[in-house]
Design a protein around this ligand. Structure first.
Ligand code: LLP
Length: 432
């Protein structure tokens, strides 16, 4: 669920009309609802209450300091994948000790920084990486807490670019080899074996792949507890969200309908996972990103032109693939609604950005009520993997970000200035 809704025909985020934000800060602008973030975190936390657990929010989904500070205040841990992400958590007031450090290519500098920050554990992905972590820890005279990412070889049934738990992809060590990798790690003097880690993919909309993966790993996790005294089992992130909301269709009963039942909820997830995991007697870590923030954000954009070519109706907006890459990159669906609800006839429409690439679209041939130049639209469910994947392509500044809390809104990242776009660039001496 989320806190974006129409009141008297105006789209609100909590108690703030989105049109007021667009007026004040301009477009394109990302807007996040803190109530939705808090609600999603608490729902998952409550669903897992019977387990000794820690939610380690995967900050790659949305790493704005305000989002991290909000979650740190709720008692969240963090899943980080780079020195930059670790530094961000610390800059937001989070503790290194609450961070899992993941990623397939950890550099020596990253390992050093993570050891100095006292991370909770490294999720190691290979033997050479374990050896490297051991060498760096020896040099610094500390013990490095590690878990091994085990690839359960389970198809997550999600988009090929975000599935990670089969032998087709680069992640983790094969389950058949995992125990030998643990034995090898146990002989390295500066490592402290602390857990087992898995992550099978993102935007999973049923519990079955999680269940299959955990069932496959249970014997290994049990043996690792006996042999190496592990303390935790991290079952990764990947809980999917609903991208089709009730807002566009006006179907306020959507959540009660049949489709909704196939969507993963904290309850349906916990119903299966808690009884499976509880007998292990271990701390259970989860690493959700999208589930916490995905539905909590929207991208507001303004219609610049409406154009008909041949059979097609194009709505050209001031946001582009550089601001929100997911439709161009994954063919992802983001619902598009008008800030001012309109009852015009819906017609097949391509909503596109101004960039000279045919991939620069937000939807194609979608039935959308007719809009006019100057109208403002919201692209929904843009809280995860949206701002963080934005770029400066076409020398376009990164959009501004706003956070809402009740009837208050505050800017949490200012729109990039044009000069900032080349501030890091230098002319070579022969061109000065
Ligand atoms: N843990 C690990 C080790 C991960 O690699 C990821 C995401 C997560 C947790 C969090 O997954 P989530 O709960 O958010 O599904 N850019 C893509 C998604 C990439 C996900 C990468 N890994 C998108 O826009 O759909």
């Amino acid at each position: 669920m989320h806190d974006f809704s129409y009141k008297d025909g105006e789209l609100y985020c909590e108690e703030v009309p989105l049109a007021a934000i667009a007026d004040e800060y301009g477009t394109p602008v990302y807007v996040y609802s803190s109530a939705t973030i808090i609600d999603h975190f608490n729902k998952l936390d409550r669903a897992l209450a019977e387990l000794d657990h820690l939610i380690c929010y995967a900050i790659k989904a949305n790493s704005n300091l305000a989002v991290l500070r909000l979650l740190a205040g709720l008692g969240s841990g963090f899943d980080v994948v780079s020195r930059g992400e670790l530094a961000r958590v610390q800059a937001a007031g989070g503790q290194g000790g609450d961070c899992l450090f993941a990623g397939v290519g950890k550099t020596v500098a990253e390992i050093e920084q993570a050891l100095q920050a006292g991370v909770y554990a490294f999720n190691a992905e290979s033997e050479p990486e374990l050896e490297r972590i051991d060498r760096v820890a020896q040099r610094l005279g500390v013990k490095a807490p590690v878990s091994v990412r085990v690839n359960p070889d389970v198809d997550a049934g999600t988009h090929s670019k975000i599935t990670t738990g089969t032998y087709e992809n680069k992640f983790g060590v094969a389950i058949e080899r995992a125990e030998r990798v643990y034995e090898m790690a146990s002989r390295l003097p500066a490592l402290r074996i602390r857990g087992v880690h898995m992550h099978i993919g993102s935007q999973l909309t049923s519990v079955a792949p999680f269940e299959n993966a955990v069932r496959k790993l249970l014997p290994l996790v049990t043996r690792c507890k006996e042999r190496f005294g592990i303390e935790f089992f991290s079952i990764g992130g990947g809980m999917g969200i609903v991208y089709e909301s009730a807002l566009a269709s006006g179907r306020s009963d959507w959540w009660r309908r049949e489709e909704a039942a196939t969507i993963l909820t904290p309850q349906s997830y916990a119903e299966i996972m808690v009884p499976l995991l509880q007998p292990l007697g271990l701390k259970i870590l989860v690493e959700p990103g999208r589930f916490i923030v995905g539905n909590a954000g929207v991208l507001l954009t303004q219609v610049e032109y409406v154009k008909r070519t041949g059979q097609k109706n194009f709505v050209i907006v001031d946001a582009a693939m550089n601001d929100l890459l997911r439709p161009a990159f994954y063919g992802a669906y983001h619902e598009i609604v008008a800030l001012r609800q309109n009852s015009e006839l819906a017609i097949p429409t391509d909503v596109v950005g101004p960039i000279c690439e045919s991939g620069d679209y937000f939807c194609q041939d979608r039935m959308i009520p007719r809009v006019r130049e100057g109208d403002r639209l919201a692209l929904l469910s843009a809280g995860a993997y949206s701002f963080v994947m934005a770029s400066n392509y076409n020398t376009r500044p990164m959009p501004c970000e706003i956070m809402v809390r009740g009837n208050r809104s505050d800017m949490i990242r200012q729109r990039e200035s044009t000069e900032a776009l080349w501030a890091q660039e230098r002319l070579p001496s022969w061109l000065e």
